[in-house]
Design a protein around this ligand. Sequence first.
Ligand code: HDD
Length: 713
Amino acid sequence: MKKNEFPDQKLEQLTDHTTDNASQALTTNQGLKINNNQDSLKAGERGPSLLEDFILREKITHFDHERIPERIVHARGSGAHGTFKLNKSLAKYTKAKFLNEVGKETPVFVRFSTVAGSAGSTDLARDVRGFAIKFYTEEGNYDLVGNNIPVFVIQDAIKFPDFIHAVKPEPDNQIPQAASAHDTFWDFVSLMPESMHMIMWAMSDRAIPRSYRMMEGFGVHTFKFINEKGKMHFVKFHFKPKLGVHSVAWDEATKISGKDSDFHRRDLWEAIENGAFPEWDFGVQIIPEEDEHKFDFDLLDPTKLVPEEEVPVELVGTLTLNRNPDNFFAETEQIAFHPGHLVPGIDFTNDPLLQGRLFSYTDTQLSRLGSPNFHEIPINRSINTVHNNQRDGHMRQQIVKGKVSYEPNSIGGGCPFQAMLKDGGFASQEERVDGRKIRARSQSFVDHYSQAKLFYNSQSEPEKTHLQNALIFELSKVTIPAIRERVVGQLNFINKELAALVAKKVGVDVTKLKQPNGSIPADADPKTLQSPEKEPSTTSSDALSMKNTVKDTIKSRVIGFILENGVDGKDTSNLRSKLEREGAVVQIIAGSLAPVTADDGTVFEPKHSLTSTASVCFDALYIASGKKSADNLLNEDNRPGTLLFVNEAYKHCKAIYFGKQTDEIYNLSNVKNKKHEDPAIITADKKDSGNAFIKAVANHRVWELEKERNNPA
Ligand code: HDD
């Protein structure tokens, strides 16, 4: 389906604010047609410019003010429009209308982001990814402002500014950009044992996704569902990508950052333009109110997940992104999310991280978007009309009729009036709250390692190796030995082998470790503050390993065809059609951008040359059949590029298909020395080679052969 073929209420609303400049004359902001946009008004052709030049002044003034502050966190991001479809009614649990009627579609805008980097930073930073969704429901906007990691790094919002200051570039020299591999970050987390669970996730490959389309989304906090009868259930939100959860290798991530730092942004944009609409299954974990204390962790603690083995995820909907924004600034930059944008049927819990967020998000929009009227920006407008007595302020757009801007009133007939519950009026769920005013943390939050153990235990061997290497890389950038030591001390509580492996590489002697003490209040009993011995209630969970994710599709995977003049036209076109039928994207790479002529006269238009791109930007490679093409790829000019392509794809565990008569390339590359069975190296003589290639691409990578592939000799 093409762009804009999804008529929906939000799209119609946005269309009223959208301009198309096609066939239009240039005008000033006042609508005056401009006759000369090349020269300012001067006193004589070589004379000074005149103050009178209102056209120059208007243009320059607007330009001078066209930047707004970037988001304090999650500054780097990309978004798209889409739709949320309900496949199974949740009316039993919630009265939220968009979750009641099977088949109902709700327009959405989703923004993905990294957390630490500034707006111009690389997409491939090792970082958590934001996954924020605005549902434009008939009952108002509902925002689910989540991440691709189901737990958070701190338990209480009061620590958020500290955490962000620690991870952002250091204040004296603004180094490093978009990276956690530095002293202040590790200093902070080494003193905050509660961060260890999320650190495990952030050091895993989840933090370097292959694509926004291949990552999970989580609401993180436990929320509440309230049904028509007022009955409450706790709920955790999940989004599972239909393409599976996949990552890139760290070495690749660092190279992609140089070759194409917009890799994720481009990938999302192109997939949507090509009609390969990203899709997620939406799922919920429902927990009856009575079971609140059934778990051996606190449901209010945002550093904990609810293992799927304990409460299964029920898939009830589909999220599809199907339309790119028309204007990045107007839509993606100006969209303002807020966990406090609620609809009846959904409510907060007392999670102290969530409670603090409820203040922060409106507050930040005031400085970022500059006015309390940010809700009137087209992308932020709800699809039902706003009726209230809030008035005026910078950039007010709504024109509210009448004399009345207060309530109660008689002059306006009492309008706008309070809605009854039965008519969709929102009421916070009543809850008995009894307690002493106290600045303290619940004892039920004092379990910092059990789920960190669960995550580490659940990883496959290659995933564990990547996690170890990530920790080694990050800690090697820490210049203060005591910080490295403290982190290893924390790791020691999670897994002794992991700690020992990391310690060895970062110069820490595990035998001499002192207990990390964390930021312990002076009068606290240290025994209650840490729980290194506690084992997780579930010891290993399949859902936590990317190994167990979807691996049966090559939809939208980008496959590089490396070829040159004289290539076997028939073979190449056949494979191309076969892969495209499966939904893959084929891109031609040749020695230059000049059209390539095949042996049968077919002409292939290269999208890239061997020097303009690199194998890190592709999911798999086909070295196209044909002796002449292979010879040309190995001529003096092309040889280094061709071999680098193959060797890097090999090193990064990708599928490579060597077409007919490409033995010389095979023999000159590192692939030649492989001494093991490798299902992702396909040669043309292999039976059913085309399908074997498709299977290997769908498998994403042969991570289990990483050691062998990295030591090809
Ligand atoms: Fe936050 C933005 C996700 C805790 C304060 N946050 C922001 C975005 C995402 C998250 C995805 C980007 C939204 C967008 O694309 O515009 N934040 C989370 C999650 C958290 C979390 C999943 C924990 C579970 N955040 C959190 C805390 C605070 C904030 C505890 C402050 C007390 N977050 C903000 C913010 C931002 C933001 C400063 C920056 C830009 C914005 O809000 O609109 O208010």
